[in-house]
Write a protein that binds this ligand. Structure first.
Ligand SMILES: Cc1ncc(COP(=O)(O)O)c(C=O)c1O
Length: 463
């Protein structure tokens, strides 16, 4: 066993609180990644034999110095995981993180801000705790937050929804996704994803026993290949799970694309689960909610959360908006996943959502500046930068620098340049499709972005 592995797994424990950090180095990825020797050495042994590494290797609680009695007891016993999750091996982000720490790299990989959320929201949470709002909340959300979500949705999309029967508060968008899938998808139902996709989609669909079909959005514009989508829809298709503005590409679905998807859904009686967590980070065009298109509200679950908009990703307050007949399924699953979301956080979220419009204008302005620093810097450093219209991500083609794939490039970038990016092959069913693309985030303060750019300009050489 590689002696450094326990410490890698400790890093995983620290980092795995963020879903992106759980982005799996899937076993199916191993052929692509096999050439990236360092990152895969430990993984390859396990994935080649399809046997999980020993528990001792995966243990998160032990220090390198001393294993606890329980860990000693467990040493040598194979890790156990249900079949539906077997293929979601983790490690790539762990290893990137480990390398990042070791090499003092600037982290433009993780999709969360390195600055804090607004004072008025933090004060509202503190006040709620002081006011004794600390017991279980109503399962589907405190009335004040349900109303604030409905009011915000009306402002943004023009749709009037009933806070009592059409809004469900969840623990982050991640739980809203899980409650929607587990509450509305039967085993064997087909669900269509657009690749690259946010990593929790595949894992949660797998937990629900869904059959996943994937439509790939290709650079440079990541446009929806509507004919491929049309051919992918079958009698078994229950839903399309989509995300606009889109992580990792920054693509925003155009009105034309949304209309085409909508007509296919109406024609074939297909639902849409629309993840809109980056709706307030829309730079080049206005965000359009799928639910607001004619005929779509009745078949759409809109998923969102507080984290990105208010730079409070650790709070995990999210929601699902859907007509009552779909809300029923979402709430049934939510009741048994978490039942209720943390109470003081909900009170603060209600205050946050009542922020004046100027808050959102300023947020966009700040992020536009950050985006410009990063995008211009990446171009000057020699990357081919793909246009990003929304989110706080931008994807680039790394091939001018001559590395064989995205994993190898990211490893090189950390070790030799001192910057972390995310390899995108982990966001595809077929990792080959992402091997030329890496993702950077600009949700960092301007100084951090400038330092990262300077490092890349100084050290990256085109081949
Ligand atoms: C597309 C997308 N959906 C959902 C989430 C998760 O949101 P939350 O932190 O509210 O669970 C993320 C977080 O990175 C995301 O990028």
């Amino acid at each position: 066993m590689n002696p450094s592995f326990p410490s890698l797994m400790q890093t995983q424990c620290t980092w795995s609180c963020h879903h992106e950090m759980l982005g799996a180095l899937r076993s199916k990825s191993s052929s692509l990644f096999a050439s990236s020797r360092h990152l895969l050495r430990q993984f390859a042994a396990g994935s080649g034999s399809r046997r999980p590494p020993s528990f001792a290797a995966m243990s998160t609680a032990a220090t390198e110095k001393e294993a606890s009695p329980n860990q000693k007891e467990s040493a040598g016993k194979p890790l156990q995981v249900a079949k539906r999750l077997e293929k979601f091996k983790t490690t790539i982000f762990t290893q990137m993180s480990m390398l990042a720490i070791k090499h003092g790299a600037i982290n433009l990989g993780q999709g969360f801000p390195n600055f804090d959320g607004p004072e008025f929201v933090k004060e509202a949470a503190i006040q709620a705790i002081r006011d004794g709002k600390n017991q279980y909340a109503r399962g589907y959300g405190i009335p004040d937050l349900n109303s604030a979500i409905a009011a915000r949705f009306k402002k943004d999309s023009g749709l009037v929804v009933d806070p009592e029967t059409e809004v469900t508060v969840t623990s982050g968008c991640t739980e809203a996704i899980a409650a929607t899938i587990l509450g509305l998808i039967n085993p064997g139902d087909e669900v269509i994803l657009f690749a690259p996709f946010y990593d929790s989609y595949e894992a949660t669909l797998s937990m629900a026993g869904a059959d996943i079909k994937c439509i790939t959005l290709r650079p440079p514009d990541f446009a929806v290949p509507i004919n491929e989508l049309r051919s992918a829809i079958s009698k078994k298709t229950r839903a399309i799970l989509m995300n606009t503005p889109h992580n990792p590409t920054g693509k925003m679905f155009t009105r034309e694309e949304l209309n085409e998807i909508a007509s296919l859904c109406i024609e074939n009686d297909v639902l849409v689960f629309s993840d809109e967590v980056y709706d307030k980070l829309a730079f080049e065009m206005d965000h359009i909610s799928m639910a607001s298109l004619p005929g779509m509200y009745d078949r759409t679950v809109t998923l969102n959360s507080l984290g990105k908009t208010f730079s409070l990703t650790g709070w995990k307050i999210g929601w699902a908006i859907a007509p009552p007949h779909l809300t029923w399924g979402v709430r049934q699953a939510h009741s048994f996943l978490t039942f209720a979301t943390n109470t003081p956080g909900q009170w603060a979220a209600a205050a946050a959502l009542r922020a004046p419009d100027s808050y959102y204008v300023e947020l966009r302005r700040d992020y536009a500046t950050k985006k410009q620093i990063l995008v211009e810097g990446l171009k000057e450093a020699g990357f081919k930068v793909f246009p990003s219209s929304g989110t706080y991500f931008v994807v680039v083609d790394h091939t001018p620098f001559g590395l064989e794939n995205d994993i190898a490039f990211c490893e090189f970038l950390i070790k030799e340049v001192g910057v972390v990016a995310i390899p995108t092959s982990v966001f595809y069913l077929n990792p080959e499709e992402g091997k030329n693309i890496v993702r950077f985030t600009f949700c960092k303060d301007e100084g951090t972005l400038r330092s990262a750019v300077e490092r890349m300009k100084a050290k990256l050489k085109r081949t």
